[in-house]
Design a protein around this ligand. Structure first.
Ligand code: BGC
Length: 412
């Protein structure tokens, strides 16, 4: 018999975005510089969300969302070292108020991948004093916006930032742990040659960066709490769900992989987390011979892996929320069933006693997919980049129905 899957009262439903991917016209970051140098695609005016956030929140509201996750652009707020821009912070206050006016809970992330140029040029998170610098920025935001928000995530996906920047060499600062050929990235038929610095050194730098990121989170936590101890401080963690078939050797491999990707960082930071955001996109099953359908990113379609990812994070017994999870699917043929299966898996995690408080689909809008430019489309809302016209995709209505029912009613 099929069961209704009702979520707890007060569960938060919404979608996520990140400043550099949607706002447009951000020129003072490491990514903008890399784009000028032809190493990654230009972000340009993106979705012009900086000017159109009211319109975009109206769409989200119309789609039933009662929460929204977005990030602040550090380079706008602190354009020069130690100098803060009042106008920029005022802009984000308006963004927050625009959400609150619509009864949508703001989930604010302080930093989502892009670094102010001054910070990256002085060595970014390779430098010993980087946690202190990050904490100063966190304190400023808490002082200015702390009264308006109940929750702050310090950073997005430290492991992705570190591994793409220092192991794969596909993102700034393009350092690559390899002695062999550089990789190239293809986007819309255009190939970007990686000019990564190769060798062993990037690996040691990666370890250092990961340590500094953990320290940066912990220092930011202290700084925010000093300003207002009521603010819920979290980190947003990318989890790859490594699992295995029956084979004990494969199980061991999965265990080691989960330890390296998820638990090293969380082990260093969980004591300074009031909650943890989960970003889930893919899994890897050792010893698996199954063939999966693929997303436009060429990732396995395996939304059910979100449950195993929540289980991995539940090790820390801290309230969780899904801060991102979604699918690149330009034709919108898989998205509806993907969302449904993902939500079912979150519900199952809840039944097992895992404390999940919210679900933010990635993404509200199509956006700049980093080194892959604008080709990949994750949005509930499609963007025409020539006209900036917004078009709601059919799958967004299925998500709306789930939200209206606060879950999945099997009879509906
Ligand atoms: C990131 C997003 C990105 C998404 C899809 C996540 O790793 O936080 O910025 O667009 O994945 O690749």
């Amino acid at each position: 018999m099929k069961r209704d899957m009702r979520f707890p009262d007060g569960f938060y439903w919404g979608a996520s975005t990140a400043s550099y991917q949607v706002e447009g016209n951000i020129f003072t970051t490491d990514w903008a510089k890399a784009a000028e140098e032809g190493r990654v695609p230009k972000a340009g005016r993106a979705c012009d969300h900086y000017n159109r956030y009211e319109e975009d929140f109206d769409i989200a509201k119309k789609l039933g969302h009662n929460a929204h996750r977005f990030s602040l652009e550090w380079a706008r707020i602190e354009p020069e070292e130690g100098k803060f821009d009042e106008e920029a912070i005022e802009h984000y206050r308006k963004v927050i108020l625009a959400l609150k006016k619509r009864d949508m809970k703001p989930y604010v992330t302080l930093w989502h991948f892009t670094l102010p140029l001054w910070f990256s040029e002085r060595g970014g998170f390779e430098q010993k004093d980087s946690p202190k610098i990050f904490a100063r920025y966190a304190r400023y935001v808490a002082e200015k916006l702390g009264d308006e928000i109940l929750g702050i995530s310090t950073m997005n996906e430290p492991n992705v930032f570190g591994s793409n920047g220092w192991l794969r060499g596909s993102w700034p600062p393009f350092k690559r742990f390899a002695l062999t050929d550089a990789i190239s990235i293809t986007n819309s038929g255009r190939t970007f040659e990686s000019q990564a610095q190769k060798g062993l050194t990037p690996f040691f730098l990666y370890l250092k960066v990961m340590k500094n990121l953990a320290k940066a989170h912990n220092s930011a936590y202290d700084a925010i709490k000093k300003v207002n101890s009521a603010i819920d401080v979290s980190v947003v963690k990318h989890v790859i769900y490594f699992h295995a078939n029956w084979n004990p050797f494969n199980k061991l491999k999965a265990g080691i992989a989960n330890y390296c990707w998820t638990h090293i960082f969380m082990g260093r930071t969980y004591k300074k987390c009031d909650s943890i955001g989960l970003n889930y996109y893919f899994h890897k099953k050792f010893g698996d011979t199954a063939l999966y359908e693929k997303t436009d990113m060429d990732w396995d379609i395996y939304p059910e892996g979100i449950k195993g990812s929540l289980e991995l994070l539940w090790k820390y017994r801290i309230p969780l929320f899904v801060s991102e999870a979604g699918i690149a699917d330009e034709r919108d043929i898989y998205r509806a069933s993907y969302i449904e299966k993902q939500v079912e898996a979150v519900w199952e995690a809840l039944q097992d006693g895992i404390d999940v408080r919210g679900h933010m689909y990635w993404s509200l809008l199509d956006n700049y997919e980093w080194a892959l430019g604008y080709e990949k489309r994750f949005g509930l809302v499609a963007i025409n980049y020539d006209t900036l016209e917004r078009t709601i995709r059919p799958s967004a209505h299925l998500y709306k129905r789930i939200i209206e029912n606060n879950g999945i009613l099997k009879g509906s």
